[in-house]
Design a protein around this ligand. Structure first.
Ligand code: NI
Ligand code: MN
Length: 271
């Protein structure tokens, strides 16, 4: 082997290493503000969670054109509140994406004609589903509520049951596990979620008033979850959601977790 072929061999090993470490496993998370996130999985599947976009004061204007969302493979709803259901019906119609949601919320949306039954994956807490090849989703408990405020064509508002509120454990094709807590207060079964699913990343609400505030969210992390990576969400969107990521970091003090603070619209790449 001459010097040049050794060099070529070295380069090809290096490129394979790069593909191995960044390519095959890489996936993306984009935050739209509040709890709305878009996940691009290692297998290039697009999952939208709680797509509150056009009415979201924190979503950058450039991201509010739903037609520009492009391919969507799955929409996930944690519960039926307006800042989570958001633009689900329009996006489902535009994209044809299936919507995975609590079975009871499904009945409410189905019987009202908000979402066609054949576009739903109605499920419930505890039993994993595989809505896309290699992707496993488990609905887990959340300490919250879930009514559905429906406005009919004449503008009359009626409240319907939205089923149980939930969080999700989302396992990607590469085994990476995301715990999306949804809207929640602290609950001791976060210990079960940590022990049983061992998530790599948790999205936690920190705004307070309707969910955990920064001090409660830090308690959840330190006492129960101990998840290595945390993205704080559900803060600053409305004046009532006063909690800030800085308060969350202060409350965590020296606890060894990686707090990832995102700007609305920002994309973060994970491996
Ligand atoms: Ni809520
Ligand atoms: Mn909410």
């Amino acid at each position: 082997m001459n010097t040049s072929s050794i060099f070529k061999l070295f380069i090809s090993i290096f490129i394979s290493f790069l593909i191995f470490t960044t390519g095959a496993n890489a996936w993306e998370l984009q935050w739209y503000g509040q709890s709305a996130v878009k996940i691009t999985t290692p297998g290039e599947k697009i999952i939208l969670i709680d797509p509150f976009i056009t009415g979201n004061p924190k979503t950058p204007e450039a991201l509010k054109d739903l037609k520009k969302l492009g391919k969507i493979d799955l929409i996930l709803l944690t519960h039926a509140h307006g800042d989570h259901i958001g633009d689900m019906a329009s996006i489902a119609e535009l994209s044809g994406a299936k919507v995975a949601l609590n079975a009871d919320m499904g009945h409410t949306l189905g019987t009202l004609g908000v979402l066609p039954y054949d576009q739903m994956i109605r499920f419930n807490k505890g039993g994993p589903i595989q809505p896309l090849p290699g992707i496993t989703i488990t609905m887990v408990h959340a300490e919250h509520s879930s009514d559905y405020l429906y406005t009919d064509a004449a503008g009359k508002k009626t409240v319907y049951p939205g089923g149980e509120p939930s969080g999700f454990i989302i396992e990607l094709e590469n085994g990476y596990k995301i715990y999306n807590a949804g809207d929640t207060g602290v609950f001791a079964d976060m210990q079960f979620i940590s022990d049983y699913y061992s998530p790599d990343l948790a999205l936690l609400p920190i705004g307070g008033h309707f969910t955990m505030d920064p001090v409660h969210a830090a308690h959840a992390v330190k006492t129960y979850l101990k998840t290595a990576n945390i993205i704080p969400v559900h803060y600053g969107t409305f004046s009532l959601l006063k909690g800030t990521p800085e308060e969350f970091k202060n409350a965590l003090s020296s606890f060894p977790v990686n707090v990832i603070i995102m700007k609305p619209g920002e994309i973060k790449i994970f491996n």
